[in-house]
Design a protein around this ligand. Structure first.
Ligand code: AMP
Length: 225
């Protein structure tokens, strides 16, 4: 199963992504996480990407597109993948579509979480990352996943913030990119929505991201069937 996963920063993508990953037993490939791993390991790719990420800009397509297309060719992706954070603009969508066609691969499902921009912003600023596992959900503004004091609610680990999560100008810039329906991330989602309407493939699922993470998860599970 090949799946694309869209949602603005702050829409609970981590949690919903884990559901998709478990149901379809696919690797969860997050472009942002790949960049962060490269930065922490001090690789050349990480050094190139860091300045863009810190400002909330997209890493240029010449770096990002080959990195992701190469990742999708790794052995663990043989039976499918869940791609999260890519494509992030219309050009990336077109290039991904072309690469899939060339490899005779289908895109099966696209999930889009729809969330108001202001709610998304508050959620990002409240997000806390567990040093033991980035997928442990902690947010000081969301009751259901409030940290335990100043420790991770899942494992009690130390919590930290991501520098780009606390920078309002950077968040705005990221949301400008996400909510742009002409060339930005929504444009790339709508590229596949149009394809879905024209050809019946991929299956395009929308989720209302406003309710609690648990309720959104329930909607996702019911829509996946
Ligand atoms: P995320 O963890 O998805 O919020 O990504 C963190 C940062 O990594 C983004 O703000 C971008 O700077 C960069 N990034 C992640 N995915 C992409 C992409 N598909 N294209 C360009 N830059 C990206």
């Amino acid at each position: 199963m090949n799946i694309l996963f869209f949602g603005p920063n702050g829409s609970g993508k981590g949690t919903q992504g884990a559901i998709l990953k478990d149901k379809y037993k696919t690797p969860h490939i997050e472009s942002g996480a790949i960049f962060r791993e490269n930065i922490s390991k001090g690789t050349e790719l990480g050094a190139k990407a860091k300045a863009f990420i810190d400002k909330g800009d997209l890493v240029p397509d010449e770096i990002t597109i080959p990195m992701i297309l190469d990742r999708l060719q790794q052995p663990d992706c043989k039976n499918g993948w869940l791609l999260d954070g890519f494509p992030r603009n219309r050009n990336q969508a077109v290039k991904l579509d072309e690469a899939l066609k060339a490899a005779k691969l289908d895109l099966d499902i696209v999930v889009e979480i729809i969330l108001d921009r202001k709610i998304a912003r508050d959620r990002i600023m409240g997000r806390r990352l567990c040093v033991n596992d980035n997928n442990h959900p902690n947010n000081i503004f969301i009751d259901a996943i409030k940290p335990n004091g100043d420790k991770c609610r899942v494992c009690g680990g130390e919590l930290k913030t991501r520098a780009d999560d606390q920078d309002e100008a950077a968040i705005n810039k990221r949301h400008d990119i996400y909510y742009d329906t002409v060339t930005g991330t929504l444009a790339s989602a709508y590229y596949f929505r149009d394809l879905s309407q024209k050809t019946g493939k991929p299956r395009y699922i929308t989720l209302d991201g406003t309710p609690s993470v648990k309720d959104v998860a329930a909607e996702l599970v019911s829509k996946l069937g």
